[in-house]
Design a protein around this ligand. Structure first.
Ligand code: ATP
Ligand code: MG
Length: 238
């Protein structure tokens, strides 16, 4: 991890859904540049952690954005402060066109239309196509593009490559690599090849707790740790 001031600091985060605790005690820091990965097996609380950070589920603990507490704020204020969220399963408006999906995401005077168009030439070509008729990978691009329209201070991106064909995994990873040049990203990702390529630091969650933090490559090179905490995938795949 870099030594610059963290953009996000999380201390003792606990989250619950319908009265049941799903995140037990999560603490970590996200550096102000590059991509930080959140790793862990299915159901350990990765998505809940992101949803807790966004104030979408009940949470306790200290969350600081560039040093300022945001854990008491409602979701819309967290969004206004510059936390962009790309949820699991994309959530594009299926019956709206690509252009309409992007237009609805613009919340500032000068949205980054050129940057987004350069990053996703495919979407420019398909601007009049219904988002619901795009491939999974293309829908994922729309979802990431929506978050990039605004000057966010950090993006929280949940499993962007899930269920995509290998070629599209590469395309989404390319887009995230480009995006990370202008905004730091906290990335939940189960494809360890993608993690190896993109992430600097990594946080490993197990049973609702952070059980390991460190350099992403070091974690992935630790066979015992990846087998125990991340399941069957290994860095040697593909
Ligand atoms: N809406 C819900 N109601 C009740 N329990 C839930 C709900 N959503 C998630 N959970 C539970 O919370 C725990 C953490 O789930 P979460 O979705 O955060 O895990 P995850 O690490 O993102 O998993 P995955 O890798 O499958 O995406 C799980 O035990 C899950 O069953
Ligand atoms: Mg999840």
């Amino acid at each position: 991890m870099t030594s610059s001031t963290p953009i996000l600091t999380v201390e003792g985060l606990r989250c619950s859904i319908a009265g049941q605790q799903v995140v037990e005690d999560v603490s970590f820091k996200v550096p102000s540049t590059g991509i930080t990965a959140v790793l862990g097996r299915n159901g350990v609380g990765k998505t809940s952690t992101l949803r807790g950070l966004m104030g979408l589920i009940q949470r306790r603990g200290e969350i600081r954005l560039a040093g300022e507490r945001i854990d008491g704020l409602p979701t819309y204020k967290i969004v206004q402060r510059g936390v962009g969220y790309v949820p699991e399963d994309r959530e594009v408006f299926a019956k709206l066109t690509v252009a309409e999906n992007l237009a609805l995401a613009e919340r500032q005077k000068n949205p980054r239309r050129e940057f987004v168009a350069e990053l996703f030439p495919d979407l420019v070509q398909r601007r009049d196509q219904m988002a619901g008729s795009l491939s999974g990978g293309q829908q994922q691009m729309v979802s990431v593009a929506r978050a990039l329209m605004n000057d966010n201070r950090i993006l929280l991106v949940d499993e962007p490559t899930k269920g995509l064909a290998p070629k599209l995994v590469t395309e989404v990873a390319d887009a995230l690599a480009e995006a990370s040049k202008i905004v730091p990203i906290l990335l939940v990702e189960q494809n360890l090849e993608v993690v190896r390529r993109l992430a600097h630091g990594a946080i490993v969650i197990s049973g609702g707790r952070v059980v390991h933090t460190g350099d992403a490559t070091e974690i992935l090179d630790d066979e015992d740790l990846t087998r125990r905490l991340l399941g069957v995938h290994t860095g040697a795949a593909a």
